[in-house]
Design a protein around this ligand. Structure first.
Ligand SMILES: Cc1cc2nc3c(=O)[nH]c(=O)nc-3n(C[C@H](O)[C@H](O)[C@H](O)COP(=O)(O)OP(=O)(O)OC[C@H]3O[C@@H](n4cnc5c(N)ncnc54)[C@H](O)[C@@H]3O)c2cc1C
Length: 479
């Protein structure tokens, strides 16, 4: 079990190399690592889940509104089922709040029966159309003018950070090599030895089979193998995160009636106890454009004022933006190229978090069709991840943990109530953070209303100290 961040890559020929350690690449690594295979997961960043996977709306979708019959519809439905089960086993925070798809005009109201019917075609049988009274009974702080809603009880909120980390942890624990700070470049396929030779920023990487899970860059990797079936257009989604005092305003995920361009602007609680408003949907050319814009935030405030005016009176904790890997196609672009022993996993736009485990199983099957014999799958225990969700006991609330180890009673980040023990555990974990931002995603430290103003120095000191000291055995606070 290895995580490397510097130095040349091992000289061995891996069975499978996966480019990109987002939620999709880590899910694939986890799936394949259950088999007796040598797996290399290479990631350009210093951490897993540092691309699109860290900045989304974090909804575990039922797939009720997917286009029936598409690959995406099937993988979202199956991914929802798999991830719900896995989250319970691995301790990934999930809250099954249910969604209300609110109709604000007669046209949207008229669209609800067709959406309910589409849900049935997507095997989602428990939706129900509510009249305005029922809607306001469920969500009294909704703005005036709602005419009705489609209730989708299965829609849930999830922690996207713990999900990716759990996959990566399980993959590495099962023997996969995770190579960070490792950007894949030119790819020579075939050759005298018949394997792929991938030039990386850390020297050559050799593998018999190749999976491209490079997210926004999956089209560029695909071109290096001679394919031109899809091009990625980054579709930016900006979001506003409101303070925890806003959490009492809303109990469901409040969705708009969807359009062809996406799911539209929603209001939803987060598993960390905040409320988010977003995302926008802006097609850009720049794959690095994860900044927010005044126009984007103004648009969100405008939409939010209609959905829940009181929300806009609350303090804003943070704004952020993520880039969806949209393509010219309306479906995921997952393609096997058996002659090259290569699988491209592109165009994983708005539902990749939900679909991740089903995508991984699908990719394993495609690799088999490309000639890979994965061997028997081993029975595997999922890792038990530290809980960072508000709906479950956190270490600072657990007298048993604090009695056993006072570090769990020493709060370092007061906004998010993160303890010294949790930060220590994250720094010693199987896949430790490469930066303070990575530490935030593992613990919530620095992510609260002060954004690190008060605890920043203390958190940094602990981070620096841990990186200067050889790791001791991890002592992790599980739920
Ligand atoms: C605003 C927004 C809201 C969303 N909401 C939801 C939601 O509510 N529910 C849901 O299920 N999904 C949602 N999504 C979609 C979901 O976030 C994505 O589908 C998912 O994160 C895609 O994961 P990925 O692993 O394919 O991509 P990424 O997370 O981008 O991972 C790709 C990785 O590849 C690495 N990489 C790229 N090129 C190279 C290279 N040459 N060498 C090495 N590494 C490389 C990158 O550094 C990156 O880490 C949303 C997306 C956005 C933007």
């Amino acid at each position: 079990m290895t995580v490397t961040t510097t130095g040349d890559l091992p000289g061995e020929v891996y069975d499978v190399a996966i480019i990109g350690a987002g939620v999709v690449g880590t899910a694939i690594a986890r799936e394949l690592a259950a088999h007796p295979l040598r797996i290399a997961l290479v990631e350009a960043s210093d951490d897993v889940g540092d691309g699109t996977s860290k900045a989304n709306t974090a909804i575990l979708h039922t797939g009720f509104d997917a286009a029936p019959g598409t690959l995406e519809a099937g993988l979202v439905r199956e991914g929802y089922r798999r991830l719900n089960t896995y989250a319970a086993e691995a301790g990934i925070p999930v809250e099954p709040l249910g969604a209300l798809l609110v109709a604000w005009d007669s046209e949207q109201l008229a669209a609800l029966p067709a959406l309910a019917e589409k849900a049935v075609r997507n095997d989602c049988h428990d939706t129900r159309i509510l009249d305005a009274d029922e809607v306001y009974a469920r969500e009294p702080r909704l703005g005036p003018g709602a005419l009705g809603a489609l209730e989708v009880p299965g829609e849930s909120i999830i922690c996207p950070w713990t999900t990716t980390l759990a996959y990566a942890t399980q993959a590495v624990d099962a023997g996969a090599d995770l190579h960070l700070n490792c950007t894949a470049g030119a790819i020579a396929t075939g050759g005298a030895h018949g394997h792929h030779e991938i030039a990386t920023s850390r020297g050559p990487l050799r593998a018999r089979y190749l999976v491209n899970a490079a997210g926004l860059y999956s089209d560029e990797i695909d071109r290096r193998l001679g394919h031109t079936e899809f091009s990625v257009t980054p579709r930016r989604g900006q979001l506003i995160v409101f303070d925890k005092f806003a959490r009492g305003l809303v109990s469901h995920i409040l969705l708009p009636v969807p359009t062809a361009r996406g799911k539209g602007v929603l209001v939803a609680p987060t598993v960390y106890g905040n409320v988010m408003l977003g995302p926008t949907a802006e097609d850009l050319d720049d794959k690095h454009a994860t900044g927010s814009s005044a126009a984007g935030l103004a648009l969100l405030r405008d939409k939010g004022a209609r959905i829940m005016p009181e929300l806009l009176e609350e303090e804003v904790t943070a704004v952020y933006a993520g880039l969806r890997a949209a393509t010219e196609h309306a479906d995921f672009q997952i393609r096997a190229h058996p002659e090259q022993r290569y699988v491209a996993v592109g165009g994983i736009r708005s539902t990749g978090l939900t679909a991740s485990m089903a995508i991984a199983a699908h990719v394993r099957d495609l690799l088999t069709r490309c000639g890979l014999d994965p061997g028997p799958a081993q029975e595997r225990e999922p890792p038990r991840m530290p809980n960072i969700g508000e709906a479950f006991p956190r270490p600072y609330q657990r007298a048993d943990l604090i009695a056993a180890d006072p570090a769990y009673g020493t709060v370092v980040c007061h906004c998010e109530r993160v303890t010294r023990g949790e930060i220590r555990d994250a720094l010693r974990a199987t896949v430790p953070p490469g930066s303070l931002d990575g530490l935030r995603r593992r613990t919530r430290a620095l992510g609260g209303r002060c954004q690190g103003f008060y605890c920043g120095a203390a958190v940094r000191a602990q981070f620096d100290e841990a990186r200067a000291t050889p790791a001791a055995a991890p002592v992790e606070a599980r739920r």
